[in-house]
Design a protein around this ligand. Structure first.
Ligand code: FAD
Length: 315
């Protein structure tokens, strides 16, 4: 299983495979299980279809590394337009953006400008900006970015990854800010000195970090006038969610005190079931033409998906 994951993550980095896959109509069709289409309109329609049960919806446009810094302006404009569309439709949609798509790799100051612009517009239309966490080389500048944007726009959220050995320290660094955190396990190929090589260690770290996030929510609840942190668990690991729920209850926190976010097309039935039993669910819908690397990471998370894709392609 670990070998399959490594091979799929290595394939995610291949430019040749990227070109072959994105040109193939058959492979594009197979991606429909995880993304409703390449256009923002496809994602908005899928969001509208899911919105009926009261869940939160999040949209993200998949992107490649930028070749020119000016491309980041276009990414910002795209999301500004998307927020306008969301506001026009009156849908409870939040957006999730990768800092490198906003130019982090080329200019931290331009990336900050764009992120502030998106957070401000999200706030103005009643939405929320989430900042994704990318590979470990971006964690330091992303934390700096988050701290600045959060000070100006307190609803802004950040993803933290439990597979990174450093994340408990990062969470403590953010704790005084009443952080809005989406905890995920982590999706990139990382060296063992940086990230836990064994999945069991990542899972254990996730649970410990989740408990710490619940403690932050509980402690803020006791202090009137303090903005509550937002604890979001970005995972499809249902036994883990059950354990988090039990730990929350033991601390006096019901399911309304935290949220679960999952990806479109994964455990769809469970997403509806959790929402119907009072857990606030959010579904993150991806769209865009640059889906290859993202899609390979989804396959690497569950190599059995390769079989599922093969069936949808060949039969
Ligand atoms: C809302 C959201 C936002 C995310 N944002 C980021 C981010 O900013 N940075 C980052 O590095 N990663 C991000 N991820 C990805 C994350 O890091 C994991 O790679 C991914 O969620 C799989 O881990 P898991 O927690 O679901 O647990 P796992 O233990 O991997 O999976 C638990 C179970 O869920 C099911 N499952 C999981 N993945 C799949 C799949 N692809 N297909 C079918 N079934 C599956 C399987 O049944 C599996 O047994 C995000 C994930 C979510 C849900």
């Amino acid at each position: 299983m670990a070998l399959a994951r490594s091979l799929l993550l290595a394939a995610a980095g291949s430019n040749t495979l990227n070109t072959m896959a994105t040109r193939s109509r058959v492979v594009r069709r197979a991606t429909r299980a995880f993304m409703p289409g390449e256009a923002a309109e496809d994602a908005l329609e899928a969001a509208a279809a899911l919105a009926g049960d009261g869940r939160a919806l999040l949209l993200t446009r998949l992107g490649e590394a930028l070749e020119e810094l000016d491309e980041a302006d276009a990414v910002r404009d795209h999301y500004l337009g998307l927020l306008d569309q969301v506001a026009e439709r009156g849908m409870p949609v939040e957006i999730s953006v990768k800092p490198t798509q906003l130019g982090l790799e080329r200019s931290e100051s331009r990336c900050l400008e764009h992120t502030l612009a998106l957070a401000a517009h999200a706030e103005a239309v009643g939405s929320v900006l989430w900042i994704d966490m990318e590979d470990s080389s971006w964690v330091d500048p992303t934390l700096d970015l988050y701290e600045t944007v959060k000070a100006a726009h307190p609803e802004t959220g950040l993803a933290l990854q439990s597979y990174l050995r450093r994340t408990p320290d990062d969470l403590e660094r953010l704790a005084p800010l009443s952080p809005v955190i989406r905890l995920v396990k982590g999706a990139y190929a990382e060296p063992p000195d940086v990230a836990f090589p064994a999945k069991a260690e990542t899972d254990r770290a996730y649970e410990e970090l989740a408990i710490r996030m619940l403690e932050l929510v509980r402690d803020a609840a006791g202090k009137g006038g303090v903005r509550a942190p937002r604890a979001v668990f970005g995972t499809h690991d249902l036994p883990l969610v059950e354990r988090i729920e039990a730990r929350g209850r033991a601390m006096g926190l019901g399911p309304e005190a935290w949220e679960v976010h999952m990806l479109y097309g994964i455990r769809a039935g469970e997403q509806a079931r959790l929402q119907s039993r009072g857990i606030q669910v959010g579904t993150l819908i991806s769209y865009g033409e640059a889906w290859y690397r993202w899609y390979m990471r989804r396959l690497a998370e569950r190599p059995a998906n390769v079989w599922f894709v093969a069936k949808s392609v060949f039969g």
